[in-house]
Design a protein around this ligand. Sequence first.
Ligand SMILES: [Zn+2]
Length: 379
Amino acid sequence: MNGLEISHFVKALPKVELHIHIEGTLTPALRWKLAQRNNVLLPYATYEELVDSYQVTYNHRKEVNGDDGRPTFLEAYFAGCQVLQTEEDFYELAMAYLRRCREMHVRYVEPFFDIQAHTERGIPAEVVLDGYLRAKHDGVHDFEVESNWIFCFLRDRPVHEGLAAYEAARPWACCPGGKGLFHAVGLAANEFERPPILFEQAFARAREDCLHVTMHCDVDQKDAVDHVHEAVFQVCGGQGAERIDHGLNAVERPELMQGLRDRGIGLTLCPHAYHRRQETAVLFRKIQILLDAGVTVCINSDDPAYMREYNPFQLRHRHTYKHRSDDVWIDGNMQKVQTYCGLSKASMVQLSRNAVEMSWAAPQVKRRILAELDEVDTR
Ligand SMILES: [Zn+2]
């Protein structure tokens, strides 16, 4: 990771991940395998070419900064989804991530999933949801990783389409008579001129089903600060969201940090995602300001398969890619925060504790992970 080693302490620290898009964990290897299995034609002749395509840093936004001809992150992400076709594919994707969770000592996770990205390709909702539901159960049995999932409305699509997708997915919700896959809703995809309040009706519908509500407030997006303001003070009938995904722009206004504190709204930060756009000293100073202000934050990975470490040296020496593993997962994100914010081991344990407390895990699951964190040696 650009010369940064993940320490034994960070590796072994019990973790909880609250901001991970399951479709964003699709590695080139699994994408290649599923493309072969499903006869999906990829625009790459060889596996090496596919891996090479991931070296592009998808960190620009056409809407905000102009079109430079490269695919954006979201274009790459939705292109990856094309290989996911059968229930087995969705199951395999989720199991691969949950297996990795065990390796990274992630005890509990709340993955986001998209329905609209798949139904618009003609994949029935039940194919997606049954695959994820089977993985949720088998993840506990095979890897001892518990999960509760989060349905995402794609915010760049019309609200009524999102509501229709929600109704299709509702039998899989954690509500009376439901199959128990997802216990919350969120907002994902392109936030440009799509403020959270547009989805007020969708949040109300989910709240009627007693589901939790979180939402992305994308970093440095157009109107980013106003979006955080809406998420803190206006949505859900003025109560605010229960959590905010990203929301880093809150540092720009003291009243937003105050609102987050007063209302007990935590931020699920994904430092590596921002590090691709911001200078180290600038970015980690912002995270430090949030910590110093007493805003509750936890550290996550977002879309690790598509957010690779930018390394200009290796971009000049393309042949060196092949055996490089430079995707950054939750442990890499935690290491960046520890190193660049200069945090103690005790502070790192607190970040894990924050994630437990910000989560909507069952009380016994929270208690078990907190007890494990109490035992971590911070000397
Ligand atoms: Zn995200």
